[in-house]
Design a protein around this ligand. Structure first.
Ligand code: MN
Ligand code: FE
Length: 300
């Protein structure tokens, strides 16, 4: 059975104090696995502030017996073109951001860092050159990550043609092209990305992605209608999640098992509108987790 964890996206801006989300995760959700998000601590912040907050996160998680699986890019930095920015200086800045993210992860005591790596401009004419440079950059980041004691770098494929990789074939090629990196690269599959029908067609499914096998390190779980990257929970909010949601968690677990990924961590990743009340968010987080939990292992 797969272990279940939760990405801290739900806590962003609402419960930024580590002691608060840690207690909620452990005592109210009954989970002991989280994925940290850099939407809670920005790697660009002055080191003194960022590191002292990271140490507080580490202590709060330890105090509640919570394991931090990995630290992820989050929405804020995903917004930028990151490692595929059209300007060389833009790409260099993104590489620096990733190094700081790796430093922060080391202070968090986390063994893996990841996320989507970047998006090209609509006007990009040198896609192949961007790709080759990306390989160099990722290899350099792997060396840096190894130096800071990390064990894995995670890449999250996204359902956008301007991002890398967005197909199973491209993911397979990228994995091959990164063979021999200082730390291994693994994929973070997001089920809502795999099921995005406007790009992958009405037959979109997780199955072809699961053929990546041991190249996959973790799964992002969300409810979606297949028409957007919905990031809904498995509860009652919004009404669309109930009426149009196409993800069956039982099927996901079964598919993972069949793919030989029955022990891989599954991380619930849900986003809520900033303006939604704190009470509504928390009650949806709680009921969604309650509806999922029985399908997963939650070892103490
Ligand atoms: Mn995701
Ligand atoms: Fe997503």
């Amino acid at each position: 059975m797969n272990p279940l964890g939760i990405n801290l996206s739900f806590a962003v801006k609402r419960w930024p104090e580590p002691e608060v989300w840690a207690k909620r995760v452990r005592k109210e959700l009954g989970l002991n696995l989280v994925q940290f998000t850099f939407d809670l601590i920005d790697p660009w912040w002055p080191e003194k502030l960022a590191f002292s907050l990271a140490h507080r996160v580490r202590r709060a998680a330890e105090a509640q017996g919570i394991t931090i699986h990995s630290a992820f890019v989050g929405l804020a930095h995903y917004t930028y073109n990151q490692l595929l920015h059209p300007k060389g200086e833009g790409r260099a800045a993104a590489k620096e951001w990733y190094k700081r993210a790796i430093d922060l992860a080391a202070e968090l005591g986390v063994k893996a860092v990841g996320g989507p790596v970047g998006g090209m401009s609509v006007r990009e004419k040198h896609r192949e050159a961007r790709y080759q440079e990306l390989l160099d950059t990722l290899n350099e980041l792997a060396v840096y990550a190894k130096g800071r004691g990390l064990e894995t770098l995670l890449i999250e494929p996204t359902p956008l043609r301007r991002e890398v990789p967005w197909t199973v074939e491209a993911a397979r090629k990228l994995a091959q092209d990164l063979t021999g990196s200082a730390v291994p690269f693994r994929y973070c599959l997001d089920i809502g990305h795999a099921l995005y029908q406007p790009l992958y067609g009405s037959g979109a499914s997780l199955e072809p992605w699961l053929k990546l096998g041991d190249r996959i390190g973790v799964l992002h779980l969300q409810q979606t209608d297949g028409q957007s990257d919905s990031h809904w929970n498995f509860a009652g909010y919004p009404e669309l999640a109930r009426t149009k949601g196409i993800v069956d968690p039982a099927r996901v677990v079964q598919d993972l098992q069949q793919a030989g990924l029955g022990n891989m961590p599954v991380i619930l990743e849900v986003f809520y509108p900033f303006e939604l009340t704190d009470e509504a968010v928390w009650s949806d987080v709680k009921s969604g987790v309650a509806n999922l939990k029985h399908r997963f292992v939650l070892d103490d």
